[in-house]
Write a protein that binds this ligand. Structure first.
Ligand code: BG6
Ligand code: MG
Length: 219
């Protein structure tokens, strides 16, 4: 059997931080004088902070100087950090720990592959940091998803061939990145939105041991 590696996205896969990103972006939008809706927040999933800022300004029809742009981005993050500061293990999404334990039991290397620059403190807060053999996040990559850089770097750091990696993702951009990296892409969330994924699950509660064993034996 080839050595397998598993890569988890963070926001929307391990924890539901999309709601905190939404609160912080909508705080900024109202300060700038417009409304940012929960539907528009879908566009922000998997997308870098800088790109989110650009999209937000587009939505509000606002032109910013470089200085304003940078100041608002910092402001949004300071606000976001206030929300995530209160996080604990109760915010881990259902059955994430069961899947992590399954992989650990089989000595499978595990990576985080996230666009967030806040990934490490979030994993610490919810008590999952020790599960991860390596963390590749927004601080380590130059090209954002859908570019496969984040997942290719994670595979490299795990010492596993890209073809032998499995990716769990909740964002369209992330599924596209996993597919480009020639990894097995597993969509967590709405299968109509994540239609490009190789496999789809609403959440980890739907993923049984038969499926997980199949992934370990696969290809
Ligand atoms: C992704 C989220 O995981 O991280 C995006 O889905 C977010 O919504 C991006 O913009 C960057 O996160 P952060 O924590 O660095 O602002
Ligand atoms: Mg995500």
């Amino acid at each position: 059997m080839n050595k397998k590696g598993f890569i988890f996205d963070l926001d929307g896969v391990i924890v539901d931080t999309a709601k905190y990103h939404y609160l912080a972006w909508s705080d900024l939008a109202s300060e700038l004088g417009f409304e940012f809706t929960i539907e528009q927040n879908e566009m922000f999933k998997g997308v870098s902070r800088k790109r989110c800022m650009e999209i937000l300004l587009d939505i509000g029809g606002i032109t910013a100087t470089k200085n304003q742009f940078d100041t608002w981005m910092v402001e949004k993050n300071v606000d976001y950090l206030k929300y995530i500061d209160k996080m604990d293990a109760s915010e881990i999404l259902p059955d994430v720990v069961r899947v992590l334990d399954f992989l650990k039991k089989h000595h499978i290397p595990i990576a985080l592959g996230s666009a967030s620059k806040n990934a490490q403190p979030i994993l610490e807060k919810v008590g999952l940091l020790s599960y991860f053999d390596t963390i590749v996040d927004g601080n380590n990559v130059t090209k954002a998803k859908p570019d496969p850089e984040v997942f290719l770097l994670a595979a490299k750091q795990l010492g596993v061939k890209a073809d032998d990696c499995v990716v769990f993702e909740d964002a369209v951009a992330g599924i596209e990145a996993a597919n480009k990296a020639n990894m097995v892409s597993i969509g967590i969330g709405d299968k109509n939105i994540l239609s490009e994924a190789q496999y789809n699950f609403k959440d980890f509660t739907e993923m049984d041991a038969i499926f997980l064993n199949g992934l370990l034996a696969g290809k």
